[in-house]
Ligand binder design. Structure first.
Ligand SMILES: [Fe+2]
Length: 299
């Protein structure tokens, strides 16, 4: 693989107007554990090595407060900071020891389309476990963009991501062997489209989906198998209105992978997944995919 300065997508921070409800949902139904609570924020862990994958912070409305990435080295962290500033990012926190529970050195910037991004090196991790029906880590974050080409260029030229595929409406970007860590979706306004959590396997996606249905959270889209990335999926809307996805079997790629373009990723009429079994996406899911803005308060 190329020498990506960003090693992996680590976590997201969401604000929620109902912290207790959201925390109970993610621990009792979605399959995460409380890793820490500090300064009003609840840090939730999956079963993999990341200290946490989701931060829940109280807020007046639901929003995406930041997306956090792990950086390969101290030198890369500082190099990325310089490049981010040169690209016009707003500096929220310059490089410094992170006050968050997993620690490490980090900085936070807001990219030109408004998404706050944290870059971390040297954060604390834990022993990874694989537990059936429970998320291991984040798989990808899908960001709505009114100018996908411009944001895609920023991810590639400033942050060192690589374009792994381009469909008519979406750009798929990778920073390691996962086919994508970030997806940019064409939308009328910038914001969060959805957050995907990696399950151990297809069976876990199916059984986790059944657990969601049992608790009154219907499938918004799926179960199906995506085209770009070849991953299986099931989409839901969480109690605060954020679209979340269980996914598994994400295509692993290397330097030899050749990106396809919009003409290659076309479904036959009426089909929205490879298997041809996913029913049409629910109106509630469609609306929620366009409803979550970026938080504007400083991180
Ligand atoms: Fe997704």
């Amino acid at each position: 693989m190329p020498d990506f300065p960003v090693a992996a997508l680590r976590s997201v921070e969401l604000t929620t107007p109902h912290l207790a409800v959201s925390a109970e949902f993610y621990t009792k139904v979605w399959g995460l554990d409380v890793a820490a609570a500090a300064n009003g924020t609840v840090y939730l862990a999956a079963t993999g090595r990341d200290f946490h994958v989701l931060e829940l912070t109280p807020g007046e409305a639901t929003s995406l407060r930041k997306v956090s990435f792990r950086v390969r080295s101290h030198e890369d962290l500082h190099r990325l900071f310089v490049r981010a500033r040169q690209a016009g990012c707003e500096v929220i926190n310059p490089p410094a020891p992170s006050p968050a529970p997993p620690g490490g050195e980090s900085f936070v910037v807001r990219e030109p389309q408004g998404c706050a991004m944290e870059f971390v090196h040297g954060d604390r991790t834990k022993a990874a476990r694989v537990i059936a029906e429970r998320p291991e880590r984040l798989a990808h974050v899908n960001i709505n963009s009114a100018d996908v080409e411009k944001l895609s260029a920023f991810y590639q030229e400033t942050l060192g991501f690589r374009l792994s595929d381009r469909s008519k409406l979406m750009a798929f970007l990778c920073c390691n062997s996962d086919h994508h860590a970030i997806v940019l979706a064409e939308a009328p306004r910038n914001g969060l489209n959805h957050v995907a959590f990696l399950m151990p396997d297809l069976e876990s996606v199916m059984r986790g989906s059944g657990r969601m249905v049992d608790h009154g959270h219907p499938i918004g889209w799926g179960v199906g198998r995506h085209g770009p990335g070849d991953n299986v999926f099931a989409y839901f809307v969480d109690p605060a209105g954020t679209v979340i996805e269980y996914t598994a079997e994400v295509l692993q790629i290397d330097d030899s992978y050749v990106a396809k373009g919009p003409a290659d990723w076309v479904w036959p009429p009426g089909r929205t997944d490879q298997w041809g079994i996913a029913p049409p996406k629910s109106d509630a899911c469609k609306a929620a995919q366009l409803a979550i803005p970026f938080a504007t308060a400083s991180t």
